[in-house]
Design a protein around this ligand. Structure first.
Ligand code: PHE
Length: 341
């Protein structure tokens, strides 16, 4: 067979098949058209393929190329007809309007809401904003200078143990030391004081990371609210007043506050702050007067300015307020739980 003749027969086959498949309106017609054109034994495509054997060898590549194109088009036409029949079967032309009953109640919209921790953070910002504290931000990936050194935590201090921190082994070391996920929001105290001269009155809310095993009260990531106030003649009484005002605003007027002596390298004196609630004392975080070494490390003059700092656990506040007893519930992303807040 000559090449020209072969190509012509392919074109004729394509036209005939397209017309047939386009007109198909039943599964039976589809099947018989499939057998007629694409059938593996008697199909017209198969017959055409056989005719290729009689084409001169030098023309065969051209013939084969066109044959493959036509074959692909035929298969596509078949699939199209099949899809058309299937969608017509699933939904007849008038069926949709017939089935639609406008008197049925609608589907309720599921309205999203803010995560309880986000809600808590917003409320804490609000309360502290009314006390004159503005919001400061700091990075979650920190260097040793901001997480330790400037906070008066020297190299040999146990808090710097690699087992107590998430050091980023792969990250490159900066001029301020190796990088780690910050273990406390006190880092932001340093960042704020480094860029602003006193007086300072800020809070910083955000995530901190410690390699703790998760249980009802621990999670390797949690949130803190850091507070920092620097001015002339700031005293421990100011710290206690601010924390008491904060506690009663967030938890209620029946809440009392108690300080227990404690130790932090970056405050002197240092305290643990407990809030009373439902006849018990609960520790909400640490606080104290900013250590003169910290003030010096950011270039402040400890003879001229003093200040206080505190760091409270946001999860604890949120859990107390809502009666949540397992911190892990906050991070399971179960909407049945989250939907309640
Ligand atoms: N950074 C301390 C902690 O994470 C809390 C703290 C903040 C204590 C500020 C004193 C002053 O435990």
């Amino acid at each position: 067979m000559a090449l020209a003749e072969f190509l012509k027969s392919l074109d004729a086959l394509l036209t005939a098949a397209s017309e047939t498949f386009a007109a198909i309106d039943s599964d039976e017609a589809l099947e018989s058209a499939r057998v007629a054109f694409l059938g593996a034994k008697q199909g017209q495509l198969k017959a055409t393929q056989k005719a290729m054997g009689s084409i001169a060898p030098e023309d065969r590549p051209a013939a084969g190329k066109r044959f493959n194109e036509v074959k692909q088009q035929l298969e596509a036409t078949f699939q199209e007809a099949k899809a058309r029949l299937a969608s017509a079967g699933a939904r007849g032309p008038d069926e949709l309007t017939e089935r639609f009953d406008p008197t049925l109640p609608g589907l309720p919209l599921r309205i999203g809401r803010l995560h309880p921790i986000t809600q808590t953070i917003e409320e804490l910002k609000d309360i502290m904003g009314r006390l004159g504290f503005s919001v400061a931000l700091g990075p979650e990936i920190e260097d040793e200078w901001h997480n330790f050194e400037a906070l008066n935590i020297p190299a040999e201090h146990p808090a710097r143990d690699p087992l107590e921190n998430f050091y980023l082994a792969a990250a490159k070391t900066t001029s301020d030391g190796p990088l780690l996920l910050r273990s406390q929001t006190s880092t932001v105290q340093i960042r704020v004081m480094e860029r602003t001269p006193p007086p300072v009155r800020v809070i910083s809310l955000g995530r901190v990371y410690r390699p703790d095993t998760a249980d009802r009260t621990h999670y390797p990531m949690f949130h803190q609210m850091e507070g920092l106030l620097i001015d002339t003649q700031v005293t421990m009484a100011d710290l206690k007043s601010v924390l008491r005002l904060f506690a009663t605003s967030y938890l209620g007027s029946d809440v009392h506050i108690r300080f227990r002596p404690s130790f932090f390298p970056f405050t002197e004196p240092s305290v643990e702050a407990d809030f009373s609630w439902n006849a018990g004392w609960v520790e909400f975080g640490g606080a104290g007067m900013v250590d003169p070494n910290v003030l010096r490390s950011v270039g402040y003059d400890p003879e001229r300015v003093t200040g206080f700092a505190f760091g409270l656990g946001v999860e604890r506040l949120c859990m107390r307020r809502h009666g949540i007893t397992d911190i892990r519930d906050l991070y399971r992303n179960d909407v049945r739980f989250l939907h309640q807040f």
